[in-house]
Design a protein around this ligand. Structure first.
Ligand code: NAD
Length: 267
């Protein structure tokens, strides 16, 4: 048996024995759906470092002038992730959804804004960096689906930014910009999950974006917690010994292999 196969069996056993397992996911789990990541070998920012600097300015621009921010966001110069409405979950998302239905993975905390875990059928998903499908009120924090607002009509009527139907606060895309605080509801729930789990399965993240990247360290503080990484390459978590082991490879191949191995072991 090769090293990868041995680690897949180890992960399957660890998941079967876990009392409360959760998954953390990043852009890497969605690359096999055709959505580029930022920092992988062919990531958007690896190829175009200036795009990273522009992204860091976006939130300040929103605070300074929300109307211009909305007008610019309609010109299609987004973060370069493609048309997320058309994207479909891949075998990695489906495997995590299956682990959810089997009662093994209790919660997914994702950095992704692409809504592919929901499309795959996962029930409890905390969207740490928000969802491209939603808008969020900057005053009361309520989220709304984008379709509830005719942004093009508001632009034509010179009525941007859109306003919250509840409190008239300014609406922004729910996706959390660099420099923007994580919404408090999802931040608190994520910390509580990291404090409760006895297994954390971390998939497709370089784990350099904070505060998300602190969740594994929160789990690591308690003895007996198992932290497994599935990633194409070693990460800061691998190098700093935060994870117990790394299964190196594609999430679209490794995660279904873990599901299959759980099925075999449970027979
Ligand atoms: P990242 O780009 O920093 O890191 C992705 C990691 O996944 C890299 O280590 C890469 O080697 C690995 N990877 C790529 N494809 C893989 C595969 N098929 N299987 C296994 N590993 C693979 O991503 P991040 O850590 O999530 O941070 C990027 C930030 O940008 C996040 O905050 C996220 O919100 C946002 N983002 C989201 C999307 C999305 O919603 N799909 C896409 C790009 C960026």
């Amino acid at each position: 048996m090769g090293q990868t196969e041995q680690l897949i069996t180890r992960a399957a056993e660890d998941l079967i024995n876990a009392r409360y397992a959760i998954a953390l996911t990043g852009a890497g789990i969605s690359t096999e759906s055709g959505i580029p990541d930022f920092r992988g070998p062919s990531g958007i920012w690896t190829r175009d470092p200036a795009a990273e600097r522009r992204a860091y300015l976006s939130y300040e621009r929103f605070l300074d002038d929300p109307k211009s921010w909305w007008q610019e966001s309609m010109t299609g110069r987004g973060p370069g992730l493609g048309n997320l409405w058309d994207m479909k979950p891949n075998a990695g998302h489906m495997a995590l959804a299956e682990l959810g239905k089997a009662g093994i993975i209790r919660c997914i905390i994702t950095q992704n804004i692409d809504a592919l875990h929901e499309k795959a059928g996962s029930m409890r998903v905390l969207e740490y960096h928000g969802s491209f499908m939603k808008l969020r009120c900057m005053s009361c924090g309520t989220r709304f689906f984008r379709e509830q607002f005719d942004i093009e009509r508001l632009r034509k009527e010179d009525a941007l930014p859109p306003r919250c139907p509840n409190c008239k606060g300014i609406l922004k895309s729910d996706t959390v910009s660099f420099g923007e605080p994580i919404p408090s509801d999802v931040a608190h729930e994520s910390i509580s999950e990291a404090e409760s789990c006895d297994l954390m399965l971390i998939c497709g993240t370089s784990a350099v974006v904070y505060p998300f990247a602190s969740l594994p360290s929160i789990a690591r503080q308690r003895s007996g917690v198992i932290i497994i990484e599935v990633n194409a390459e070693p990460t800061a978590l691998t190098r700093d010994g935060i994870s117990d082991y790394l299964i190196r490879g594609k999430t679209g191949e490794i995660l279904p292999a873990i599901v299959a191995e759980i099925g075999r072991l449970k027979k």
